[in-house]
Each structure stands twice: as structure tokens, then as C-alpha cells.
Design a protein around this ligand. Sequence first.
Ligand SMILES: [Zn+2]
Ligand SMILES: [Zn+2]
Length: 352
Amino acid sequence: MSGAPARRVQPQPGPDELIVARPQGLYCPVGDFYIDPWRSVERAVITHAHADHSRSGHGHYLAAGAAEAPMRTRLGAIDLQTLAYGERLRIGAAMVSLHPAGHVLGSAQVRIEVGGRVWVVSGDYKLAPDPTCAPFEPVACDTFVTESTFGLPVYRWPDAVEVMGAIDHWWAANAAAGRASVLYAYAFGKAQRILAGVDADIGPIVVHGAVAALNAAYRAAGVALPPTRLATEVADPADLRRALVIAPPSAQGSAWLRRFGEYSDALASGWMQLRGPRRRRALDRGFVLSDHADWPGLQQAIRVSGAARVIVTHGYVPVMVRWLAEQGWQAEAFATAYGAEQEDAPAEAADA
Ligand SMILES: [Zn+2]
Ligand SMILES: [Zn+2]
């Protein structure tokens, strides 16, 4: 025996992959369902109601209970089954449960367990606190399928409370000068996070119709937001000039803005961390506020998952895969059709 290397236990021939990439989307073979498919399928498990993850045309939808209001706001009459966070549902040979992803109202990570093996598909997520949705829950797994929208070392978010303070300061200064403060923010998620974070005593808050529709979904789900009005509901023009105006990025340059007269404009987005995007869009201000994990946040989520294998989906995929491999993870990529961040895209038609 002496000197002989210890014999390694051969790993069991593993069951099939719990998730594979198919042309329609990420697919779970043993459960015969897709997660956030981009083509029409019979059975779709949806991580959250952003347009690139939650599309119309599927036969049957499964999502977290908190996602119901935003999904119905956007998709109308769909065949939707909901699960409470943590509730388990057997689909074929897979045990499926949904866990908070901290991204937007109702966002979920999908946990799939088959024969003691556990995979988690993150959807979009963030670790930073957000009063408008349930906080990210670390879920232990063997394989973690992670997004990587902001998977570059340059992306490190400032504290969100400080960002809200900067927005308040900008708004108050504009109001004192008789100028409206037009803040572009994605209509679902970002807009409500801002509404919940600003000081509503500074002045009236006016929202674009696209934002109002999602506000109603948040309020229906019990999320407290300050009073907001549509521009058409403001009788006194002086109110418009003191207002914080929240509109989707697609409203920039549109005729809808004329009613506000002179205004200062800004965009709230993770992309505002870089000077280039801010300058290209000719904005007065950029506020760095993202509903995605930054570079340290992605690493933290991957670590706490305990996964030995990580599959990277959308964003800066090769950079993240290389970094993970260098750190000793078994790292791969799935090609997906999710937006390179639809949420902040300049021409987000779906949210106009
Ligand atoms: Zn999203
Ligand atoms: Zn996404």
C-alpha cells in the first residue's frame, strides 16, 4: 500500500444535464419545460416580467406569485400558475421551486432538483437592498446558471441610498429654478425603486403612462409608493415645473416632453457608470442605479451558491467565464437571446 496514491472514487455516471440550451431557450429535459424561452413553447417557467424574459405566446406559464400583477399587466390573459417563494412543485421528474432574486417585483431564481442534484437558474438578480421587492436569497446548488449583464470589473455600484440623495438634490435644485426634472428609468422595476426611494416632499411626481401601469401592479401587490399623477392630471402648469417626471428611456426627445417646458433630464442606469453612454445620449445627468448585480455582487452570489460549476448566460459572458475558470470553477456559457440589457436600451419600444 505504501507509496501508492489513494484511489480516487470514480464519479457516478451523472444523470442528464438538468438544463440544456435549445433554440427555443433554456430547457429542462427531465421536466419538459423551458425557462424564459424566447420562442413560443408549451410550458414556460418565467423568472421575471421584463420583456426579454417574459414573452407572449407560450401555452402555460409558471412564475412566482408576486410576478402575477406585472406579468398580467404586460401579457394580458395568459394561462398562468403561480408558486409562493420556496413552494415546491413536481414537474415530470424535476422538483421545482422559486426563490427571490431581488431584481424586480416577483423576480425569481429557479431551483431544480433531480435525484439529489440541484441546479439554480438565477434569472436577473441583484444583492443590493430594494424596498420594492423581496431580497435575493442565496440558494445552495451544484450548478449555478448566472446572468452576467454587468460582469466587468469596472462595474461597482455606489450605495443606492446615496444615489437617491443625489436625485433628491438634483430635483430640489431644479424645482427651485422652476425647471422640471425628467428622469428616464425603465418602466418596470427601476421606476418604482426610484419612487420608493426619493423624498416625495420635494414636489409633485408625474409619471409617464407606461410607468403608471406598472405602479398599479406594484400597489396591487402591496408595495408602498408615493402618490403619482399622469401629466394630464396636473391642472397647474407651475406644478409641472416643480415636478419629478419619471418616464421610460424611449421618451427622450419625444413630443410628450413638450408640456414640461424647460427641463433638466437624467437617466438612472448601471450604464451611467461609464462616461461614454452618458455623453452619447446628451443627458444633463446620469445616476448610477442598476437592478443587476455589479462585478463584486456577481462574484458574491456565485460564491454563496456553493456551486462547483457555473454556466454564464447573458452580458459579458467570456470575461466572466475566464475569470471563473482562473479561480478554479468549472465554467461554461449558454448562448441566449436575452437583451444586452433591454431594461436600459435607448429605444425600448415595448415600454414606451
Ligand atoms: Zn430583468
Ligand atoms: Zn435580463
